[in-house]
Design a protein around this ligand. Structure first.
Ligand code: CTP
Ligand code: CA
Length: 225
């Protein structure tokens, strides 16, 4: 243990973290994306590394610097993110914090779409693979602990509990992204940790503090095994 480091309860564990948005190409110069900053996922990767885990961070395009002590795999699309995650297995824990695009353009154009006088093109969409569900249902390659996120509006706890069951992950970190909460792209987060047997609501705190508390909860789970 190097000088200045705290306890390393996750030493010897491999943690896989996804972060950021994905970019889904329309043509060589255009893409579909979302406003995810990657702040929360990157902070989780850093927090797990501080507790001693070997961390693989699979990140979509963000403005975040690569976190210290993590192996970072940079990807653009959901399909690339899934492939990078599968290549990173085995892992003891997976935390899927990425805002994966739900849909991609069904037929990416290999040339720039041009205004040809026939009006705007219609973009047919197709569904992207679900990385969290794939990891949760990976059979013998399933990480022992799989954690997802759920950004919801309305009945946050009920939606997130249903999402946890549907995807087959162990925990869901749910947050309320209604307008006015400032969560998406902001610095603070108000989350609920949902397990199979109940949930805890955490006070509003910085995304770094959420990351540290989640990393502690993950370490606690491994200590209990
Ligand atoms: N997720 C994923 N791959 C996808 C979509 C979502 O890994 N293609 C993960 C996210 O990283 C997050 C969790 O699934 O951990 C929930 O994402 P969310 O967008 O809330 O769920 P969806 O199933 O896409 O449902 P919704 O229709 O509410 O967007
Ligand atoms: Ca989604």
């Amino acid at each position: 243990q190097a000088e200045g480091e705290g306890p390393q309860p996750l030493a010897g564990r491999h943690a896989l973290v996804t972060s950021g948005p994905t970019h889904e190409p329309i043509d060589p110069v255009r893409y579909i994306a979302n406003r995810s900053s990657g702040k929360q996922g990157h902070a989780i990767a850093a927090a797990l590394a501080r507790l001693g885990a070997a961390v693989t961070l699979v990140s979509g395009p963000t403005r975040q610097p690569d976190p210290a002590g993590c192996r970072v795999v940079h990807v653009e699309t959901a399909r690339e993110m899934l492939a990078a995650c599968e290549a990173a297995l085995p892992a003891d824990v997976a935390v899927c914090a990425a805002a994966v695009a739900d849909w991609r353009v069904a037929a990416e154009a290999d040339r720039k779409l041009k205004k040809d006088g026939s009006g705007p093109p219609a973009l047919a969409l197709t569904e992207n693979p679900d990385i969290l569900a794939t990891l949760s249902q990976a059979g013998p390659r399933r990480p022992a602990l799989v954690v997802g996120f759920a950004a919801e509006t309305g009945d946050v706890l009920a939606y997130a509990a249903a999402k946890r069951a549907r995807k087959g992950c162990d925990w869901i970190v749910a947050n309320d992204v209604s307008p006015g909460t400032g969560t998406f792209g902001g610095s603070d987060n108000t989350v609920h940790l949902i397990r199979a047997d109940g949930s805890d609501s955490w006070p509003t705190m910085s995304k770094e503090a959420v990351a540290a508390r989640l990393a502690e909860a993950i370490a606690g789970q491994f200590e209990r095994r």
